[in-house]
Ligand binder design. Structure first.
Ligand code: PLP
Length: 439
């Protein structure tokens, strides 16, 4: 008998009892390769001695001091290192306990900024269809995944959802990738004009879409146009790098690839790498100074924000990513993993697309690769691959609803950055076995 409220009431999980490197071991001694780092969390793998030591040291020195009274060395040092490496004018870091909290803080900061900037009519969020920004009410309202939103719709704030940049499915044959990107980015300007140029406070977007679409990056030129439109209309650009940030794509911040900088940026997951629950919202000097010269405070806060032990863990993770030169090794490991996937799965009749960036890879499963038609949702293809993979000793992150929240299936891979050559082969072999179970 368990008193834990699990995710799936009808199918509660077995217990994990230990973990080591890229593996998690269950209560029966079975070993699983962690091919998705849980959900793009465990970027350093399990049992990293430096992070464990940082947590132990900070816990014995000072586990907690409320941020209403104190800052702490780990929070200060972590903020400085993040800002030293962050794009554009990002200047301040607001530490929270996870991704949804970071998004909530971003939405509220955008609203408060516009009020203190003399534009109180700005309150509308624009986001994209098929995005995921978290499960708290503000973050869920921003997200564009119908399945996640449906039953909560009556209690969500209003948000507009424009098309994602989803080249595999939506680019017209006669269009170049660039033109396609410009076309879908134009929807942002059209929506701002439709709502009223004095009404929109922020556009929120994942640089590489994770859970809901399976590692979908934008085409070249898309984000430059988005940035220009936001600047033209005074709309804040919030980048959600909760899943794709912190080195996952081979860049510390995913948006570096697109050569743009946001006004607000959210990170979590790989920031604490699973050693502690932590997220962060980074904002520009301009936003911070506006509040500084105005009300002098941000009307927000959580008990555990800036938790010293969480910050100490994240500081050790960030130092590991930077000092162990993991970002450059991600690029070569990414090539190996893509090659291996292409060789073993590229000719499979149901593998429509293998995409992504760095160690953030999506595999889209289709019924027919010519027409790109997905499987009937009633077949629950993603769920059966997840089950088969788990049986085969592989943790990956399959999801249905890739196309519109209902149709489509994909598998997301986000292995630890420490994955080695043999483990890449192990991952792809186990994944192939799981996909074969489709027949
Ligand atoms: C892009 C993105 N934003 C926000 C979140 C929410 O993060 P959390 O689950 O830590 O609240 C997630 C979680 O998967 C995510 O992928």
């Amino acid at each position: 008998m368990s008193n834990v409220f699990p995710r799936q009431i009808t199918n509660p999980p077995i217990k994990a009892v230990s973990s080591d490197g890229c593996y998690i071991i269950d209560e029966n001694g079975k070993q699983y390769f962690d091919g998705s780092g849980g959900a793009a969390v465990s970027c350093l793998g399990h049992g990293d001695p430096d992070v464990i030591k940082a947590v132990q040291d900070q816990t014995s020195k000072m586990a907690f001091a409320h941020t209403g009274f104190f800052s702490s060395d780990p929070a200060e040092e972590l903020a400085e290192l993040l800002i030293d490496n962050a794009p554009g004018e990002l200047d301040r870091v607001y530490f929270v306990s996870g991704g949804s909290e970071a998004i909530e803080a971003a939405i509220k900061l955008a609203r408060q900024f516009h009020i203190e900037n003399g534009e109180p009519s700005r309150h509308h969020i624009i986001a994209r269809k098929q995005s995921y920004h978290g499960n708290t009410l503000g973050a869920l309202a921003a997200g564009g995944n119908k399945w996640r939103r449906n039953q909560f719709e009556p209690i969500l704030i209003d948000a507009s959802h424009i098309s994602p940049c989803y080249e595999y499915v939506d680019k017209l044959k006669e269009e170049t990738s660039f033109d396609y990107g410009q076309r879908v980015a134009q929807e942002l300007e059209d929506e701002i004009l439709r709502l009223g140029t004095d009404k929109v406070m922020a556009f929120i977007v994942e640089p590489v879409v994770g859970a809901t679409m399976g590692a979908v990056p934008a085409v070249p030129g898309y984000f430059k146009k988005v940035r220009n439109i936001c600047d033209k209309y005074g709309v804040l650009l919030i980048l959600d790098e909760v899943m794709c940030g912190m080195g996952r794509t081979g860049h510390l911040f995913a948006s570096e690839f697109d050569e743009i900088a946001p006004d607000i940026l959210c990170i979590a997951k790989g920031l604490g790498a699973g050693y502690q629950p932590i997220g962060a919202m980074l904002c520009s000097k301009n936003i911070y100074n506006r509040l500084g010269k105005g009300s002098g405070f941000f009307q927000h806060g959580h008990t555990y924000m800036g938790h010293p032990v969480a910050c100490a863990a994240a500081l050790a993770v960030l130092k590991a990513i930077l000092n162990r030169k993991l970002l450059s090794s991600i690029k070569s490991k990414s090539n190996q993993l893509f090659n291996c996937l292409e060789t073993q799965l590229g000719h499979h009749p149901n593998i429509g697309d293998i995409r992504g960036r760095g160690l953030f890879i999506g595999i889209e499963i289709v019924k027919n690769i010519e027409t790109k038609k997905p499987f009937d949702p009633n077949l629950k293809v993603a769920a059966s691959i997840k089950h088969a993979a788990f049986e085969a000793g592989l943790i990956c992150y399959p999801m249905s609803g890739t196309r519109d929240g209902k149709w489509g299936d994909h598998i997301l891979l986000a292995p630890p950055f420490i994955i080695n050559e043999n483990q890449i082969i192990e991952l792809v072999n186990k994944l192939s076995i799981s996909i074969e179970s489709l027949k």
